[in-house]
Design a protein around this ligand. Structure first.
Ligand SMILES: NC(=O)c1ccc[n+]([C@@H]2O[C@H](COP(=O)([O-])OP(=O)(O)OC[C@H]3O[C@@H](n4cnc5c(N)ncnc54)[C@H](OP(=O)(O)O)[C@@H]3O)[C@@H](O)[C@H]2O)c1
Length: 356
């Protein structure tokens, strides 16, 4: 069992981005840690405003910080607002990290993303692949900000001895996800497609490409659990990958989602659409060596995400996207759009029958 080197019990813990998918999962997970949770809405504290952040931090004096706030968006949003994606994320994270240093915060975790790695990184992707090749151009604005964020944590550790660490999660899914078909990640998009096909009595759903690309998924509650585990047991220069360590083809994922949702029709592959990267899987050896492993299996996790979809917990976000609010930061997630494999009308397709 990895040794606990930092206990959260009795501490004041600030979760930046507590209304987001990841931040809200961290708040849920912190509830059993015996700590005081500090949050502030964007209206109360715009993290892009340095003075506001410094005043808030010196007044509230958190002991620990989870930095899960970010301007998150899809390919279209990145392409349309590259300056906003780079500037907002650079400034937001720099403000929080610098203010945490000035307020003597004992421990801080910065949340990045697997998009920091080179487009053609060897699979499964080890932490050491960082800055060994060119980034995926569609999200480089976001990725460069995230790389700067993890380097800033490292720099404060090196220059000021601060215990600031970084975690890089894989594709996440779960409650509070974005289920808008125009912008969502493959998982919520599949859930919604299968659900709507079931309700409307449709005979098939369609996925982009051959269905053979492999992707890794982690339930957001497992991600939050891993973040707390790292906060308590990890203290070193390098960032740590957070993933399930397992991947699945998009076609098999479509079968699994159909089974959970109760959709009994066919799954069609739109061969006119590109497949994208054949495989994207994080090497999670470092996290495993700290005695952490995910607890929520894919099928159970999908059922949980489906429940949140049925509860309508996605509606506010979807409406935001449908209203074309690309300037709203939580409109669409890059990680979601990056692997999106669903589309409407197929031109040339191969049909698969559901498995028994
Ligand atoms: N979702 C994934 O699949 C995934 C995968 C890997 C890594 N991650 C990482 O996890 C982190 C959180 O992602 P997420 O999916 O939870 O995103 P999200 O749902 O869009 O949440 C982002 C949060 O940041 C807050 N925020 C943004 N700009 C702000 C500002 N200027 N001032 C105050 N608050 C601000 C938002 O506040 P409002 O509620 O006011 O909008 C929201 O609560 C990101 O760093 C992302 O890279 C996510």
């Amino acid at each position: 069992m990895a040794e606990v080197i930092y206990s959260l019990a009795g501490k004041k813990v600030y979760v930046a981005g507590h209304r987001g998918m990841v931040g809200s999962a961290i708040v849920r997970r912190l509830a059993s840690e015996g700590c005081e949770i500090l949050t502030a809405t964007r209206a109360e504290l715009d993290l892009r405003r340095q003075e506001q952040v410094e005043v808030w931090m010196s007044k509230n004096r958190p002991d620990a910080v989870f930095l899960a706030a970010a301007r998150v968006g899809g390919i279209l949003a990145n392409a349309t607002y590259p300056a906003d994606f780079l500037y907002d994320n650079l400034i937001l994270q720099a403000n929080v990290i610098q203010a945490a240093h000035r307020a003597d915060v004992e421990k801080l975790m910065f949340l990045g993303s697997s998009c920091i790695y080179p487009k053609f990184a060897e699979q499964p992707i080890v932490e050491g692949s960082l800055l060994t090749g060119s980034l995926e151009p569609t999200n480089e604005w976001y990725a460069i900000a995230k790389i700067a964020g993890l380097k800033l944590c490292h720099a404060y550790r090196k220059q000021h001895g601060r215990d600031f660490i970084s975690a890089m999660p894989t594709n996440l899914y779960g409650p509070d996800d974005n289920f808008d078909l125009g912008s969502s990640h493959v998982m919520p998009a599949l859930i919604r497609k299968a659900h709507e096909a079931k309700i409307n009595g449709e005979q098939e759903i369609c996925i982009w490409g051959t269905g053979t690309p492999r992707r890794e998924f982690l339930h957001v509650d497992d991600c939050a659990d891993a973040c707390l585990h790292l906060m308590k047991t990890y203290s070193a220069d390098s960032h740590v990958n957070v993933g399930s360590g397992e991947d699945i083809t998009i076609l098999d994922l479509a079968y699994l989602v159909s089974e959970v949702v109760g959709f009994e029709g066919k799954i069609k592959c739109d061969l006119t659409k590109p497949d994208g990267t054949p495989r994207k899987l994080l090497n999670v050896g470092k996290l495993c060596a700290l005695d952490w492993s995910p607890k929520i299996g894919l099928k159970k996790g999908i059922a949980d995400a489906y429940r949140s979809f049925l509860d309508g917990r996605y509606l506010e976000r979807s409406n935001k996207v449908m209203a074309g609010d690309l300037t709203g930061q939580s409109d669409i997630s890059f990680e979601r759009a990056e692997t999106s494999a669903l589309h409407a009308t197929p031109l040339s397709t191969v049909a698969h029958h559901p498995r028994a």
